[in-house]
Each structure stands twice: as structure tokens, then as C-alpha cells.
Design a protein around this ligand. Structure first.
Ligand SMILES: [Zn+2]
Ligand SMILES: [Zn+2]
Length: 119
């Protein structure tokens, strides 16, 4: 992996040509936590609040096409299986904090205890 510079200009008017929305935390995709995966469809990083991986769509919106949705969940599964084991986690598609940009958490079954232990 090489350190990339700016990913491309975001227009001053808000949503840029590639479907990003200005001011959206997930569109900005700030790398404040380790990234596990990145491709043209989505990226997987640790959720800052939960300490579990989240898969985030590369576009701003909440209804990815079914094929893309399945690919994103499969990507999340690859990462979460590696971290927690195939039986050790579940998909949480509740988008409490950022309801207008698709993302899904891969929560370890004991993620609350894990979080408390580290804080
Ligand atoms: Zn979270
Ligand atoms: Zn967004």
C-alpha cells in the first residue's frame, strides 16, 4: 500500500461528480483508524466508536444495488471472519449515527465487553 494524497477534488458546491456529499463523515472517509480493505465499491475500517470493522459504500446514499450490497457484506465477512472467527460476529445494519450513507458494522458477539475492557 502506498500513501495516497488527495483522492480527487470535491466540488465546493456539495456533492461531487463521484457521488460524495460534503460534510458527510463517511464520504470524507478520514483515516483515523486502521483500514482493512479498500476497492472501487467500498472500504472497511474500524469504527471509531465501536472498535469493530465497518464496511462503507463509496457513494453517498442508503440503497446500493443488490449485487453491490452483497459484495459489500461479503467484504465485511472476509474481514470480520479473520478478526473474530466465522461464528464470532454478526452484521449490524442499523445506521444510528449516520443514517443517510450506507454502512454496516461487523460486531463481535462480545463487542460491548471488548469495548469496555479497552476503555
Ligand atoms: Zn460504530
Ligand atoms: Zn456520505
Amino acid at each position: 500500500m502506498t500513501a495516497a494524497g488527495a483522492e480527487g477534488p470535491a466540488g465546493p458546491s456539495g456533492v461531487s461528480g463521484d457521488g460524495k456529499a460534503a460534510g458527510c463523515e463517511l464520504c470524507e472517509a478520514a483515516r483515523f483508524t486502521p483500514w482493512h480493505h479498500e476497492d472501487d465499491l467500498c472500504w472497511v475500517a474500524d469504527c471509531e466508536a465501536c472498535d469493530v470493522p465497518i464496511v462503507v459504500w463509496n457513494r453517498h446514499g442508503i440503497e446500493p444495488p443488490q449485487a453491490d450490497l452483497e459484495r459489500m457484506l461479503a467484504t465485511l465477512k472476509t474481514v470480520a471472519d479473520r478478526l473474530f472467527g466465522p461464528e464470532g460476529w454478526y452484521v449490524d445494519r442499523n445506521m444510528r449515527q449516520i443514517p443517510d450513507h450506507f454502512h454496516a458494522h461487523g460486531r463481535a458477539n462480545d463487542w460491548l465487553q471488548r469495548r469496555n475492557r479497552f476503555r
